[in-house]
Design a protein around this ligand. Structure first.
Ligand code: UDP
Ligand code: MG
Length: 316
């Protein structure tokens, strides 16, 4: 099979008929063999009944229904487990992404050999309250992930090689950072393609303003998990040791200073009336806390079931 299209959807009943017939039209015109995997993320508006109806008219449609709403990442991850095509395309159900982009995305994966090609909504049809924070986010994500050539990490329209989606896990709300997850998994040939972005035709957006706060926290965790998830002691331990040593050195110095003053019969201040004393105290306590945190995190990482999950590319 050439292409699997994965569509996460939550209450998008009005869009589905148009979306599926448009995808089928593009596939037939280009003679692709394909499947459309519609993942119903616990819709309550009759989307599932619509999917069943569409399926009766088109055998290439497959449906997966969650009992409740788990979120876009969960829907994508479940869709990824089911795909069979050589190239996997994800797109939103709301018709903001155009299926006409599929042939070019397919070509870039198959011919230009990209692991992942992400859409870039260069010209957006969204309110300013969304586009400005989005710019900031993408800049922060670019810096933190080192993927400098992407302008738009969270575009719903993306194309992947089959083995990429089978080797990554999208959980929580990490769908915003799939290129970063793919990069950590060793898939580094990541490209971008300018795609048409259309205004939402039916229904309304499923993410409110909270997307920015959550998105930012997710960016931090993805960064730390990616960098230190398997060796937390290197992060906490080094900071802890540094802090502890600083505190200890200051303390020793203060003791020597005081003994020196006493032996010379000079005037001296109480240790506790010196600001330095409190700095040393905080540094020592903080240092041991950080060290302990690192130690506990190390034990957690050690017992994680995926601790020895490596990406073997080839064996002979
Ligand atoms: N979506 C989903 N589960 C959710 C929220 C959203 O499957 O809990 C789907 C939604 O139906 C759509 C896609 O994710 O197909 C993108 O959502 P939306 O268009 O609301 O996001 P926006 O375009 O505003 O970023
Ligand atoms: Mg949308």
């Amino acid at each position: 099979m050439d292409i699997s299209v994965v569509v996460p959807l939550y209450n998008e009943v009005e869009s589905l008929p148009e979306l599926t017939s448009w995808i089928s039209k593009v596939m037939d015109e280009n003679r692709f063999t394909y499947e459309i995997i519609l993942v119903d993320d616990g819709s309550k508006d009759g989307s599932w009944e619509m999917i069943k109806k569409l399926r009766d008219g088109n055998p290439f449609i497959k449906g997966i229904k969650f009992r409740r709403n788990y979120g876009k990442s969960a829907a994508l991850n479940t869709g990824f487990e089911a795909v069979k095509g050589n190239v996997v395309i994800t797109m939103d159900a709301d018709l903001q992404d155009s299926p006409d982009e599929i042939p070019e995305l397919y070509r870039r994966i198959m011919v230009e050999d990209y692991d992942l090609v992400s859409g870039w909504k260069a010209k957006r049809h969204d309110p300013l309250s969304k586009t400005i924070p989005t710019k900031f986010f993408n800049a922060a994500t670019r810096r933190m992930s080192g993927i400098h050539n992407l302008h738009d990490f969270n575009c719903g329209l993306k194309a992947y090689k089959h083995r990429v989606v089978k080797n990554i896990e999208v959980y929580g709300e990490m769908h915003r950072y799939i290129p970063v997850i793919a990069k950590w998994a060793g898939f580094t040939k990541i490209g971008e393609q300018v795609v048409e972005h259309r205004a939402r035709k039916y229904g309304k957006t499923k993410f409110g303003m909270s997307r920015f706060i959550n998105g930012f926290l997710d960016l931090l965790s993805i960064f730390f998990v990616g960098k230190f998830g398997k060796r937390p002691m290197h992060f906490f331990g080094s900071m802890g040791v540094l802090s502890f040593l600083t505190g200890t050195i200051i303390t020793i110095w203060m003791i020597i200073d005081k003994l020196h003053a006493i032996s010379k019969g000079l005037h001296y201040r109480d240790i506790t009336s010196q600001p330095l004393f409190y700095i040393a105290l905080v540094a020592v306590i903080l240092g041991s806390q950080l060290f302990l945190t690192g130690f506990v995190a190390e034990l957690v990482a050690r017992s994680a079931p995926e601790r020895n999950n490596y990406q073997v590319e080839e064996t002979l």
